[in-house]
Design a protein around this ligand. Structure first.
Ligand code: HEC
Length: 146
């Protein structure tokens, strides 16, 4: 932020005084309407908590880590995705319909909002057209069997 400000002050000198206001209005406007994309926190949390196994693009790794690209939890939309993220294989093992191989850690440090942000980042990344709500994540997390 400080660097950006310093850069702006420097650039300012090269802009004719009459046009300065206009040029300064652009970055201010950008900050106001939040030009950075809304999935940034989810993207960052994915990088820290998921990427090392599921890969940068969710491609997975051989038989060890499943690809997320075709995961039913994402492609078919499932409110249980929050449970997978929060409880990992403990949750997957509790499901009758899943042949759990184990090996996914739980993430008790993630708050409901952080789980929500990861879920929405994944739906955005894989262009499913779904958007999850905080209330759904909260009630899913209360009812995960694990
Ligand atoms: C240490 C490696 C590892 C990390 C880190 C990890 N996973 Fe997994 N993940 C796995 C493994 C292994 C499975 C299969 C687990 C099973 O069957 O019990 C899995 C399964 C899944 C599934 C279910 C796939 C399906 O359709 O069956 C989803 C969704 C998923 N992970 C998402 C995530 C997300 C999101 C994160 C980050 C919050 C994450 N994982 C972090 C290893 C990991």
């Amino acid at each position: 932020m400080k660097k950006t400000l310093r850069l702006l002050l420097l650039i300012k000198n090269f802009i004719p005084p009459k046009k300065r206001v206009l040029w300064l209005a652009i970055p201010v406007f950008c900050i106001l309407i939040n030009c950075s994309h809304p999935y940034q926190q989810g993207e960052r949390l994915y990088a820290v908590n998921c990427e090392r196994c599921h890969g940068n693009d969710g491609e997975g790794f051989e038989n060890l880590y499943p690809s997320l690209v075709k995961s039913g939890f994402i492609q078919n939309y499932s409110p249980s995705l929050a449970c997978v993220i929060s409880h990992g294989s403990h949750y997957l093992q509790s499901r009758q319909d899943k042949n759990s191989t184990g090996g996914m850690p739980e993430n008790p440090h993630l708050s409901a909002i952080e789980v929500l942000n990861i879920v929405n980042f994944l739906h955005h990344k894989f262009e499913t057209g779904f958007t999850e709500k905080l209330t759904t994540v909260e009630s899913s997390l209360k009812n995960c069997e694990h």
